[in-house]
Design a binder for this molecule. Structure first.
Ligand code: NAD
Length: 478
């Protein structure tokens, strides 16, 4: 079995007490690797290494150009190792290798390249004053950033945090999810190869509460917490960080509405709607798990949508043609199974799908579900979508906004005015019109309500990972 250690101060390391845990392949349901399990002391060792690297090391003092060169080298190495990195995520959490080695590794390299370049190019403000003074802003690094990541897009979301933190001159302690630890250690190994100085990117492994995640959040040595995960975890982390006056960025859960108007191009709407809910077996914070379809096209859309769901290749995620693999872990499978088994008792009707073999849940389409049922209100994080008809634009907006979450929404229409009008009225951090999952890394990313706190991306990441400073100087004594 392969071993994945912590990476502390430029060295891969066991825990001080030698503790380890298994990482399980959800397709074979067998352990495929062993992982170091951090105690609070191990976490403190990593934070101390990051602190030293920040206080005394070269990284924060290097110019953006030199840091950028190293981050681009790391992006090159990530691309060179795309097969191994992708397979690590596939074996850890079951996503099809076509996605992990393709989209996810590609976006991970893009994250590193984009933030390296953005830090170099991002404008600072110069504020000429008319009183004989002149003001300008400086974006200096904040210090040690704690990055806590979920298991659904392991490498992609880790680099989404690590890349801007590093590009702006911070040092990092990354804690990947316990269900997807391998690619984080591999990334840190590559970072050493790329020339990142020791202590700049540290990785510690372990669980959340009463374990590495909590110890990292509580550490007195950190200056920022960037977290992606469940809304309930976000609340606990915010409480602790608030007590320490440490700024937090929280990217949390979602219950995305996907609204298909009768004037939509139906083929395009079906295609994106299938991707919106069944990509990564629905284990996507942005999933379009509530589908609302205007009544005039409801029957036709549903027939085509069900046919497309049934055409998906379900099975072994290491096969290149597979489009939907198992859920990430036994505990997550049990959770989703609970929702599948209560569809009919809650009033819903299964049009296709249900439980598969092992920890697989097939693409599942449900109609007739009351809007107050848990299936329409709670984040299931599985390949299950409820489809509901609506009559008017106002009805669609009311249904879409009837959720405590507000991460994203999708709408499909060929009417330009409606596209703008409805986008403006949806309560969500991102609205996709006639598409899904397309990202511009300069744009704000984050959620409203239970979906998060703050935004990341482009200048939003700069503002979070730096301590902006105003310098005001006298230039003319008059
Ligand atoms: P989770 O909250 O259980 O775990 C996420 C990470 O937090 C893991 O590394 C875990 O070990 C750690 N953690 C758990 N409890 C902790 C605590 N008390 N203190 C510190 N760390 C702790 O979430 P998950 O099950 O891994 O991920 C699924 C959730 O993530 C879903 O709700 C999903 O919507 C959300 N998510 C959001 C986004 C986004 O960008 N908004 C992206 C992906 C996933």
């Amino acid at each position: 079995m392969e071993f994945f250690g912590h990476v502390i101060d430029g060295e891969e390391a066991e825990s001080q007490d030698g503790a380890r845990f298994d990482t399980v392949d959800p397709w074979t349901r067998q352990a495929w690797g062993q992982v170091a399990l951090a105690s609070p002391d191990d976490v403190e060792r990593a934070v101390a290494a990051a602190r030293r690297a920040f206080d005394d090391g070269p990284w924060p003092r290097m110019g953006h150009a030199e840091r950028g060169r190293i981050l681009h080298r790391l992006a090159d190495l990530v691309e060179e190792h795309k097969r191994e990195l992708g397979m690590a995520d596939t074996r850890d959490m079951g996503k099809p290798v076509a996605q992990s080695s393709g989209n996810d590794v590609g976006r991970s390299a893009d994250n590193l390249r984009f933030f390296a370049d953005h830090a170099k190019l991002a404008a600072a403000d110069t504020l000429p004053m008319d009183s004989g003074h002149h003001a300008y802003s400086v974006y200096g690094p904040a210090g040690v950033a704690a990055a806590i990541a979920p298991w659904n897009f392991p490498l992609m979301l880790e680099t989404w945090k690590v890349a801007p933190a590093l590009a702006w001159g911070n040092t990092v302690v990354l804690k990947p999810a316990e269900d997807s630890p391998a690619s984080a250690t591999m990334l840190a190994r590559l970072a050493i190869e790329a020339g990142l100085p020791p202590g700049v990117l540290n990785v510690v492994h372990g669980y959340g509460p009463q374990s590495a995640g909590q110890a990292l959040t509580e550490s007195a040595g950190i200056d920022r917490v960037t977290f992606t995960g469940a809304s309930s975890t976000g609340r606990s982390i915010a409480r602790i960080a608030g007590g320490n006056l440490v700024p937090v960025s929280l990217e949390l859960g979602g219950k995305g509405a996907n609204v298909v108007f009768a004037d939509a191009e139906l083929g395009n709407a079906v295609d994106w709607s299938v991707r919106a809910i069944f990509t990564n077996a629905g284990q996507v914070c942005l999933a379009g798990s509530r589908l609302y379809v205007q009544r005039e096209v409801y029957d036709e859309f549903l027939d085509r949508f069900v046919a497309a769901a049934e055409a998906m290749v379900v099975g072994d995620p290491s096969e290149p043609e597979t489009r939907l693999g198992p859920l990430a872990s036994q505990s997550h499978y049990e959770k989703v199974r609970g929702y599948i088994e209560t569809i009919e008792s809650e009033g819903g009707r299964i049009r296709t799908g249900g439980l598969g073999s092992g920890w697989v849940v097939r693409p599942t389409v449900v109609t007739d579900m009351p809007q107050d049922a848990p299936h329409c209100r709670e984040e299931i994080f599985g390949p299950l979508v409820t489809v509901t008809p609506f009559d008017t634009e106002a009805d669609a907006i009311a249904l879409a906004n009837d959720t405590p979450y507000g991460l994203n929404a999708m709408l499909f229409t060929e009417n330009l005015s409606r596209a703008h009008r409805v986008s403006g009225m949806l309560r969500a951090g991102t609205v996709w019109v006639n598409c899904f999952f397309i990202r511009d890394l300069r744009a704000p990313f984050g959620g409203v309500g239970a979906s998060g706190l703050g935004r990341e991306g482009g200048e939003f990441s700069r503002d979070f990972f730096t301590e902006p400073k105003a310098v005001v100087m006298q230039i003319d004594r008059g």
